[in-house]
Ligand binder design. Structure first.
Ligand code: LP5
Ligand code: MN
Length: 244
C-alpha cells in the first residue's frame, strides 16, 4: 500500500543499454524506494535519446516501460515530462508505462506549496545555438516529418546529432550552458513566485532566489551518470537524497 505522504522527483537518468550502471540503479530505486511514494515525477531526459514510440519494439525500451507500469499498478501515480533528449515520448509510451504526460513547465500544488516543474533547458537562453535547435525540433511539422522516416534512419540522425552536440558543448563556456537568471525570474513571476524543481544542467543544488521581494526556492536535480539521486517532498518540505 503506497504511503500518501511524499512524492519523488527525478530527471536526467539518460537510460540506455550503454549505461548499465544507471539502469541497475534505477531498477533498485524502482523496487526499494519508489513504491513508498504517493507519486513519482520524471522531469525529462529519462532516456539517452528517444526517436519515436515505435522504438518500444526494442526489448530494452519495452522492459523499462514494463518496470514503470509495475510501479504505477502498485498505486504510485507516475508523471512524465519531456526533456531535450526524449521530447518524442508519446501516447504509446505513456500507455505502456502508465505515466501521464506533463507540460513543460507545469504548475502543481505540492502538499499546499505551489511548485513549478520544468526540464530546465528552456531557461538556458544564453545558449543561442541550442535555443534555435530547440525551436526547430519542437515544431510539430518537423516532428511529423522526422517520425515518418524509417527507424534506422532516425537512429542514425540521432547518433550524428549527439556527436554534434558533444562537439559544440566542448566549445561552449560553462556559464552559457547554465540557466539565465532573468529567464528564471520572468518564469517565476509569471507563475506567481512558486517553488521550482528542474533538471537538465546536471548541477544539483538548492538555490534561494529573491524575486520582486518574494523568496523562491529552486531545486536542481542530479543526473544519474555516476550514481544518481532524487528529491523527496512532503508537507514538511523537500530534501535531496543521493544514490550510489
Ligand atoms: O543533451 P545534452 O545535455 O548533452 O546537451 C544539450 C543540448 N543538446 C541537445 C541535443 C541532444 O543531445 C540530442 C538529442 C538526440 C535525441 C533526439 C531525438 C530527435 C532526433 C533529432 C534528429 C535530428 O539537446 C546542447 C546544449 C546543452 O544541452 C546544454 O544546455 O548546449 O545543445 C547543443 O549542443 C545544440 C547545438 O548547439 C546545435 C545543434 C545543431 C544541430 C545541427 C544538425 C547536426 C546533424 C544532424 C544530423 C541529421
Ligand atoms: Mn536535458
Amino acid at each position: 500500500m503506497a504511503d500518501a505522504g511524499h512524492s519523488l522527483f527525478i530527471s536526467d537518468l539518460h537510460l540506455s543499454p550503454g549505461l548499465p550502471g544507471a539502469v541497475a540503479l534505477f531498477r533498485r530505486f524502482l523496487s526499494e524506494i519508489a513504491p513508498q511514494a504517493e507519486a513519482l515525477y520524471i522531469l525529462g531526459d529519462f532516456f539517452e535519446a528517444w526517436i519515436g514510440d515505435d522504438d518500444l519494439a526494442l526489448p530494452f525500451h519495452a522492459d523499462i516501460a514494463a518496470a514503470l507500469r509495475q510501479l504505477s499498478e502498485r498505486g504510485v501515480r507516475l508523471y512524465l515530462m519531456h526533456g531535450n533528449r526524449d521530447f518524442l515520448l508519446g501516447e504509446r509510451f505513456c500507455q505502456a508505462s502508465g505515466a501521464s504526460l506533463l507540460s513543460d513547465p507545469q504548475l502543481i500544488d505540492l502538499y499546499g506549496s505551489p511548485t513549478l516543474l520544468a526540464h530546465g533547458d528552456q531557461f538556458c537562453t544564453d545558449d543561442l545555438a541550442y535555443q534555435a535547435f530547440r525551436q526547430q525540433v519542437r515544431n510539430p511539422a518537423w516532428q511529423a516529418g522526422f517520425l515518418a522516416k524509417p527507424l534506422a534512419e532516425r537512429r542514425e540522425m540521432a547518433r550524428q546529432l549527439r556527436a554534434q552536440s558533444e562537439l559544440e558543448k566542448a566549445a561552449k563556456e560553462m556559464a552559457i550552458m547554465d540557466v539565465n537568471l532573468d529567464a528564471l525570474a520572468a518564469t517565476l513571476r509569471k507563475y506567481g513566485y512558486p517553488r521550482l524543481i528542474h533538471g537538465h544542467t546536471h548541477r544539483p543544488a538548492h538555490h534561494l532566489h529573491e524575486i520582486d521581494g518574494h523568496a523562491c526556492e529552486r531545486w536542481v536535480l542530479p543526473d544519474w551518470y555516476e550514481g544518481g539521486g532524487y528529491l523527496r517532498c512532503s508537507r514538511q518540505g523537500c530534501e535531496a537524497v543521493s544514490l550510489r
